[in-house]
Design a protein. Structure first.
Length: 108
């Protein structure tokens, strides 16, 4: 019984032909051509959203600073020195600025 099953398995094994391999590679190439531009677009969108999120986070830390100290911080550096935020930059390297009204924005 075992010999019969073994014989069926060994004789039924067949490798891929060159044409089949080329078709599979062509399909994978087409999928990559479709996927790569979409990934680069999403990378730009993620960078923009991360900077917007950082601005909102720093804005909330300005409010926390104001509640703790009773006054608005004079600059973003006051928040860094006080331990409210780690850095005065967005993840994409743009610098955050604090307006006189306490609003945080990104310098261009």
């Amino acid at each position: 019984m075992f010999k019969i099953i073994r014989k069926l398995v060994l004789t039924s094994q067949r490798g891929f032909t060159l044409i089949e391999m080329m078709i599979v590679l062509m399909i994978i190439s087409i999928l990559l051509l479709i996927a790569v531009p979409n990934m680069t677009k999403s990378h730009d969108i993620v960078g923009k959203k991360s900077c917007e999120t950082t601005v909102k986070l720093v804005q909330s830390q300005v409010a926390a600073y104001q509640m703790d100290k009773g006054v608005l911080p004079s600059s973003i550096q006051d928040l860094v020195d006080g331990g409210y935020i780690d850095s005065a930059q967005c993840p994409d390297g743009k610098t955050l600025v604090l307006g006189t009204d306490g609003k945080v924005s990104v310098s261009e």
